[in-house]
Design a protein around this ligand. Structure first.
Ligand SMILES: O=C(O)c1cc(=O)[nH]c(=O)n1[C@@H]1O[C@H](COP(=O)(O)O)[C@@H](O)[C@H]1O
Length: 263
């Protein structure tokens, strides 16, 4: 019974299926646009100007709290790869359940917070088998600088903390980490080549830094070995977001990572 049913579903949805496969093959953009809006209307107004072949999208705490799973599913149906950035940080059982719920929305990637510790990371990994959505962990927020660390009792350089949390994350079997592009070149020497490095805090030379501290330009991020660049306000607040996105894609495509020595 099962095989004919699958065949029927394939045939009845073959246009959607073909589009989905093409999207998987063709979307190679390393830019993830952060949709930091407080309502679905503004988010959809922006995404209607963008193209799923030119970027992926990130839905974070602000937009998800305002618009919920309905919007996430709408963006997925629109052909976009969606990174659900809710930085889950709770007891292992709660985080495992949250991860399962996230995957059921069809997201491409989701994150937890590495400060949740080993048991929480392992529970998240167990909840989402490898090969479904990408599961990554936030190390140290890019809005935190060396001076802020003393306030929270961490008397180390950001790079040391990021490296330790990345090692923990990789040892728990997750697919990658979020870190600043200032740490990626040293991290690349310590993690496996297929461990994904996602870097927010991206600014062009003439951009306002806003609340970001550990920043880098798009070309520096790629040279330093970042896989994906999360970019919010430089795109969302641009006069012409699509034009800005095209410029950013061009910068990223023209840059090559400086390869680290083999592990
Ligand atoms: O997990 C994230 O995406 C994230 C981690 C981090 O350390 N720093 C950081 O800025 N982010 C997110 O990346 C986006 C950056 O936005 P802009 O500063 O406007 O480019 C925001 O949506 C943040 O929530």
């Amino acid at each position: 019974m099962r095989t004919p049913l699958l065949l029927h579903l394939f045939h009845s949805n073959r246009i959607y299926f073909t589009f989905f496969c093409l999207n998987l093959i063709m979307n190679e953009s390393r830019i993830i646009v952060a949709l930091d809006f407080n309502n679905a209307k503004q988010a959809l107004n922006l995404t209607s100007q963008l193209d799923p072949q030119l970027c992926r999208l990130k839905v974070g705490k602000e937009l998800f709290t305002a618009a919920g799973p309905v919007l996430v599913e709408q963006l997925v149906r629109g052909g976009f790869d969606v990174f659900l950035d809710l930085k889950f940080h709770d007891i292992p059982n709660t985080v495992a359940g949250a991860c399962k719920a996230a995957v059921s929305m069809g997201v491409w990637m989701l994150n937890v917070h590495a400060f949740g510790g080993k048991k929480m990371l392992l529970a998240a990994r167990e909840a989402i088998p490898s090969g479904t959505a990408k599961l990554i962990a936030v190390t140290l927020l890019t809005s935190i600088g060396r001076d802020d660390l003393d306030d929270i009792g961490l008397h180390e350089e950001p790079e040391q903390i990021v490296r330790r949390l990345a090692a923990l994350t990789e040892s728990c079997g997750l697919d990658g980490v979020v870190c600043s592009a200032q740490e990626t070149s040293s991290l690349r020497h310590h993690v496996n080549p297929d461990f994904t490095l996602v870097t927010p805090g991206i600014r062009l030379e003439n951009n306002n830094h806003d609340d970001q501290i550990r920043i880098a330009t798009p070309s520096a991020a790629i040279k330093n070995g970042a896989d994906y660049l999360v970019i919010g306000r430089p795109v969302t607040q641009a006069h012409d977001p699509l034009c800005m996105l095209r410029q950013l894609n061009q910068i990223v495509e023209n840059e090559r990572p400086v390869s680290p020595p083999a592990l």
